[in-house]
Design a protein around this ligand. Structure first.
Ligand code: RNT
Ligand code: ZN
Length: 412
């Protein structure tokens, strides 16, 4: 008997169907963000880099410097990531083949090369306006700025992004998530907390006025960040109320965007009674900011458990969001994306204890939950990787290291 077969039997004795879990774990799309590959720099201002609302730290060699390198690195990472994938791109990743265009002049043609790439590899695409790293962020504000010309610039950008997402969706015969995140906020105590929010509300109404069939619109809240310690215009309550009062707009939950003791695993089931879709940014918050590489930690597993347990695999849209420039970027992608998929499979292999809860049998609920934690999950994951023809744990790193030595180190 192989280790997999023996593990499967043990799971069976807990009433868990391993084959079913493996099939469900492969079928669920995970949207992998392109921005881990180049430190959120993009192609529209490569000298400028990330800034004005977003920050990447680290200077590991080998950053992807253009579209070709980013695609190459993304595919390398994908060769070590099992399961169905989407690619999540930002407007700053416009591919300029016949001249540069500013953010308020972007068109679908600037992203058509991404669609060709996605088609060739069977990826879906998700899209994001890029409302940072640009001189039109004034005094730290964009859509909530007191200056009408600043707001209009970003409103136009976001409208164009929705239209681009619509065309991407059409071209792929699919839907594309179009997620708006803005960095607007203040480092120190604001003297007016309301007016910026009223302006943001008005800007969003201008952007989201027209329903677009292939687009799923979302708005992403945040609590604080470096440089924005005292006030964030797009807070959780603001966007939750906004989404709840508008048709077809969803609040995106980024698990690095809450106070450190708040957990997104508890928020998912608070959204599901009201929203038919719950978009997520799966990340790892550390102290005051999000965006560390996703690890196989309790909260990640708990988030995936909520997705599975609430029959929400068709409702929750999993997107990854992290960027680390202090380690091999391709390895960072692999580590984070493998962990997301691994946690999903792990969640699918947990016993269903809803009955115990309803019957008030809290002892058995806790006992089973605890016992299930050390079932031979590693053997199932190893088989899962094998079935998807990707290297197992302990084997992928050498491949990525080889790529670092031969490809990334040549980029000087
Ligand atoms: C930033 C937000 C946002 C970005 C991306 C690049 O804190 O999480 O989602 O990470 O849009
Ligand atoms: Zn995010």
């Amino acid at each position: 008997m192989t280790r997999f077969e023996s593990a499967k039997q043990i799971y069976q004795s807990f009433g868990i169907d391993v084959d079913k879990a493996m099939a469900a774990a492969s079928a669920m799309p995970i949207s992998i963000h392109c921005w881990q590959g180049d430190d959120v720099v993009g192609f529209d201002n490569p000298q400028g880099g990330a800034g004005n609302g977003i920050q990447t730290t680290g200077s590991y060699p080998g950053r992807a410097r253009d579209f070709e390198e980013l695609k190459q690195d993304f595919l390398k990472a994908c060769s070590c990531i099992p399961g169905r994938k989407r690619i999540n791109i930002h407007a700053c990743y416009a591919v300029f083949t016949d001249g540069w265009a500013d953010r308020d002049k972007l068109e679908y043609r600037h992203f058509a090369p991404w669609v060709d790439f996605a088609k060739a590899h069977g990826f879906g695409i998700d899209f994001n306006p890029t409302v940072f790293s640009h001189p039109m962020i004034k005094d730290g504000l964009s859509l909530s700025s007191p200056h009408e010309n600043v707001r209009s610039f970003w409103v136009e950008h976001c409208i164009r992004c929705r239209e681009i997402a619509q065309k991407i969706g059409e071209a792929l015969d699919d839907t594309a998530l179009c997620n708006i995140w803005i960095p607007d906020g203040y480092k120190d105590i604001p003297s007016d907390r309301l007016t910026p929010r009223l302006r943001l509300k008005e800007s969003l109404d201008r952007i989201l006025e027209k329903p677009l069939p292939n687009v799923i619109d979302s708005v992403e809240s945040k609590v604080f960040a470096v440089g924005v310690e005292s006030y964030t215009v797009g807070s959780s309550e603001f966007y939750l109320n906004y989404a709840a009062s508008r048709k077809g707009v969803y609040p995106l939950l980024d698990n690095g965007h809450y106070h450190p003791t708040e957990v997104v695993s508890d928020k998912i089931a608070a959204m599901l009674p009201f929203f038919d879709k719950v978009p997520l940014h799966v990340t790892r918050g550390v102290r005051w900011d999000s965006d560390h590489v996703v690890i196989f930690e309790d909260e990640l597993r708990e988030i995936m458990k909520e997705v599975v347990r609430n029959d929400a695999m068709e409702k929750v849209l999993i997107g990854l969001d992290f960027f680390d420039a202090s380690i091999d970027r391709v390895a960072a992608w692999v580590i984070g994306a493998r962990n997301a998929r691994k946690a999903l499979l792990w969640a699918l292999l947990q016993p269903d204890l809803k009955k115990e809860q309803d019957e008030g049998d809290f002892t058995r609920r806790l006992a089973m939950m605890e016992d299930a934690k050390t079932l031979p999950f590693g053997d199932i994951w190893a088989e899962f990787c094998k079935c998807h023809a990707v290297p197992e744990d302990g084997a992928w790193y050498d491949e990525i290291l080889e790529y670092e030595k031969t490809v990334l180190e040549a980029r000087i």
